[in-house]
Design a protein around this ligand. Structure first.
Ligand SMILES: Nc1nc2c(ncn2[C@@H]2O[C@H](COP(=O)(O)OP(=O)(O)O)[C@@H](O)[C@H]2O)c(=O)[nH]1
Ligand SMILES: [Mg+2]
Ligand SMILES: [Zn+2]
Length: 375
């Protein structure tokens, strides 16, 4: 450690910028240095996962070689699993006004997905490619989203329009860009961080751009400073519909403010505000923007479908333990034992009967039968 720069009793921390080949690139803000770090073996053993955005404790710093060892990870404020990121303050939902054509459903999909994933983060909407738009396009976007309470930014990565306003929104926070492929996320990042040179115009397939880039989530420091709080920004890859669908349909009305207000007064406790006669939302449908209600209907239907799918999948999954000597956990005589792997089980009378006389199974005979060898 360089004498005089950091007191030897000071606990040194840094922010993980990215992980690569089992190591991490960590930024130490007080000394404005990037360090190549490895995690202590103990952390690996305890399977502590370290994400970009994590605040980590550093030891054994070698300033000459810019290397250090990560000895601990601070508790996270929040985290995202795809892409793996921690401690996100703000989500910027990026959409293009044209090319690709603006689609309200996709905008709402991203808004709802990230609000569910990162409930404590703040949200802003950034409409890019305003160089291709006219005033009417912009006015109608403002009418819908500003009236719902969302902060909205009109920008162009090409002309630089709106970027100063966007910068002041990002200042001193860790923000992520989220939105469909092709809307200009990488172009905006390049415009905000001169010299970054991210590749643009590459359409992502469902795995991202090639298999390697999806795993290399990196956060960038913008040359902005507010009261010594650094400004961080990360890009996210494109998402497939399946990745943006959630299995809790009742969460969705809570995230559409215009529907939530009416839903609070709906007299049906379990209502999803889609079909019930006398539902308060349906009675006041004329007060809701048509596209927004269409988004709502689509997202709830997709969510219901996923919920039912997961339910049928989980009922198909076999329990890892079984009860012998009694019917279930409540039965005092019952003993819990692990299930044998299928290939070690003896053929049961049930399958024997099924094999030899299909369709003639006497259910009564089969009650209480065990299908495995007892240990
Ligand atoms: N007209 C116009 N095109 C843009 C703008 N920003 C990005 N593009 C173009 O849109 C395409 C997709 O941009 P990219 O940054 O790769 O989008 P990403 O997939 O969201 O990262 C590229 O061909 C860019 O040159 C903009 O502000 N105006
Ligand atoms: Mg991109
Ligand atoms: Zn209702």
């Amino acid at each position: 450690m360089v004498e005089g720069k950091v007191h030897k009793d000071t606990v040194l921390t840094g922010t993980v910028l990215r992980s690569h080949a089992g190591g991490y690139l960590v930024y130490q803000s007080k000394l404005n240095r990037e360090l190549q770090c490895a995690a202590r073996g103990r952390l690996k053993k305890e399977r502590v996962s370290i994400f970009a955005g994590d605040i980590v404790q550093l030891e054994d710093v070698n300033w000459e070689l810019s290397q250090a060892v990560i000895s601990g990870c601070r508790p996270r404020k929040n985290s995202l699993s795809r892409p793996p990121l921690a401690n996100v303050d703000q989500v910027v939902v990026v959409q293009a006004i044209h090319q690709p054509e603006w689609h309200p459903l996709w905008c709402d999909r991203f808004l709802i997905h990230f609000q569910l994933e990162l409930p404590e983060a703040s949200f802003i909407l950034c409409f890019n490619k305003c160089d291709l738009a006219n005033q009417d396009d912009i006015r109608s976007l403002r009418d819908v989203y500003e009236s719902l309470g969302y902060k909205l930014h009109i920008a162009s990565a090409y002309t630089g329009f709106g970027l100063e306003e966007l910068k002041s929104e990002l200042n001193g926070k860790f923000s992520i860009f989220a939105g469909p492929s092709g809307v200009g996320k990488s172009s905006l990042l390049n415009a905000l961080k001169p010299g970054l040179n991210l590749k643009v115009g590459i359409m992502e397939n469902e795995y991202g751009v090639g298999r390697h880039t999806t795993t290399a989530t990196e956060i960038y420091r913008l040359p902005l400073n507010s009261e010594n709080k650094p400004t961080w920004l990360a890009d996210t890859p494109g998402f497939s519909i399946a990745e943006l669908t959630h299995s809790q349909p009742h969460d969705i009305p809570l995230l559409f403010p215009e529907i939530r207000a009416l839903a609070d007064l709906c007299k049906f406790a379990d209502c999803l505000h889609l079909v019930e006669q006398d539902c308060n939302v349906l009675k006041n449908l004329s007060s809701i923007n048509k596209d927004r209600y269409l988004s709502y209907m689509t997202l709830v239907s997709e969510s219901k479908e996923r919920y039912l799918n997961e339910l049928s999948q989980s009922s198909k999954k076999e329990e890892q333990v079984k009860f012998v000597g009694g019917k279930n956990e409540q039965d005092e005589r019952a003993k819990k034992i692990p299930r044998l792997n299928k290939r070690y089980r003896a053929i049961s009378r049930r399958s024997e009967i099924q094999q030899y006389s299909p369709g003639k199974i006497d259910i009564e005979v089969l009650e209480n039968e065990t299908s495995e060898n007892e240990p």
